[in-house]
Ligand binder design. Structure first.
Ligand code: CTP
Length: 397
């Protein structure tokens, strides 16, 4: 799996850096080509000479060397996968907010390959809300976080915070590389976010969708090697480079953006919360109180999922969402057949930790072949993996 693969190994300032030397040896033994990047403080823990000797490559650490402005972009593109092990508290925080004061961070921000982090820190730091928030943020960028283990820490205390062992890191790298092949070259179309249907220049009808679930599905499809087109309604979430994003506002815009893409997509996931109705007239000037408007005339929007279902060929997998408050299974199955989808992902508003504006979700997937898959409540990044796994399995059945 690792023969000939290009691995970037980022090492930050942590006592766990000694394990990265072992990881480097394992990677070289497995036939990988490895380039090592150190943060300035990492050199206090491991010697560049050891790393350059083992990797047979110059160790990189300087952002300001001649021509290095171009190097960080090329390094990010050169790699098949980028692992940062150990990832210190400081580097995690900088990655989460886009800071760029060393080469490792610059490469991270330019990387188009999968990024894996193996955090290492003391337990109190590991459990601090700011670190928890930062790691959650990194997950929303599609980065994989390898869980820390429990044991003796650099402080002499016992607890969570030890970096995973080199053999475990190697397994994660192999899995990440395997995943990048699963949908290699496949075109995918994803819709996400709400739509806004204008009443006048200052008011609109919309819903509580943040776009998070659909964006995470787009990222997950991309991490499996797919070429992803994301048609995104108004959302405050930034989308990582590598995905082609078309920003839209209304259901009509979303329909127009999707229509030309449907034919070429082998996988279509419609996760957007598209408004079913839009105002018949969108006033060009602000509607005044004095106009005494008490009734809104609405017209039905075009159903994008249904359109894709009508155009669908046997080579395409079409996935829709159903958000239900009652008769959940019956309604989801009705949607599966009425929209001619291959799968419907049901999320229930009756679940406390699921749905709009939440970081977690509880889903059940129904497919056209009659299967039904239930999943526990979990972070939306994990839910995205479950959905993409189901799509891949369905394609292979
Ligand atoms: N959808 C769509 N275009 C629309 C409306 C919905 O593509 N104009 C898609 C959504 O992205 C989602 C699925 O259809 O994948 C289900 O949307 P929903 O609004 O729940 O379905 P409806 O058929 O409108 O049913 P109802 O509102 O009655 O539950």
């Amino acid at each position: 799996m690792l023969t000939g693969k290009k691995i970037l190994l980022g090492i930050t300032g942590s006592i766990a850096a000694y394990k990265s030397i072992v990881l480097l040896r394992l990677l070289i033994k497995a036939g990988a080509e490895v380039k090592v990047i150190l943060t300035p403080s990492a050199a206090n823990f491991v010697s560049p000479l050891t790393l350059s000797t083992l990797s047979k490559n110059q160790v990189l650490s300087d952002l300001y060397e001649e021509n290095s402005w171009a190097n960080h972009v090329m390094l990010g593109r050169w790699a098949d996968v980028f692992i940062i092990a150990p990832a210190s508290c400081n580097t995690i925080s900088k990655m989460a907010c886009g800071q760029c004061d060393n080469l490792l961070l610059a490469v991270y921000l330019s990387a188009t390959c999968p990024v894996i982090l193996a955090p290492a820190m003391d337990e109190d730091m590991w459990k601090h809300p700011s670190i928890i928030d930062n790691l959650n943020r990194l997950k929303t960028f599609g980065n994989e976080i390898i869980p820390v283990t429990n044991g003796e820490l650099a402080s002499g205390l016992f607890g969570d915070g030890r970096m995973a062992e080199p053999e475990v890191l190697l397994q994660h790298l192999e899995n990440a590389l395997r995943k990048t092949q699963e949908l290699k070259g496949i075109n995918a179309l994803v819709t996400a976010g709400p739509t806004q249907e204008n009443l006048d220049p200052v008011r609109y009808i919309s819903n509580r969708s943040s776009g998070k679930m659909g964006i995470l599905i787009a990222l997950e499809l991309q991490s499996r090697g797919a070429n992803v087109q994301l048609v995104l309604g108004p959302s405050t979430i930034e989308v990582k480079a590598g995905i082609v994003v078309t920003n839209v506002v209304t259901a009509e815009d979303m329909y127009k953006a999707c229509e030309p893409l449907i034919n070429d997509a082998s996988i279509i996931v419609m996760a957007a919360a598209v408004a079913d109705y839009a105002p018949e007239i969108s006033a060009s000037q602000k509607i005044k109180k004095s106009e005494d408007v008490t009734t809104l005339n609405l017209k039905q929007t075009k159903d994008i999922l249904k359109t894709a279902g009508t155009l669908k060929t046997d080579q395409q997998v079409l996935v829709g969402f159903a958000l239900e408050t009652e008769n959940e299974k019956a309604n989801a199955l009705k949607k599966l057949s009425s929209k001619n989808a291959d799968m419907i992902v049901l999320n229930s508003l009756n679940e406390e930790k699921a749905g709009f504006e939440k970081h977690t979700n509880t889903i059940t997937i129904f497919d056209k072949k009659g299967s039904e898959f239930h999943f526990d409540n979990k972070p939306k990044s994990e839910v995205a993996k479950d959905i993409v796994n189901c799509i891949i399995q369905y394609r292979h059945e």
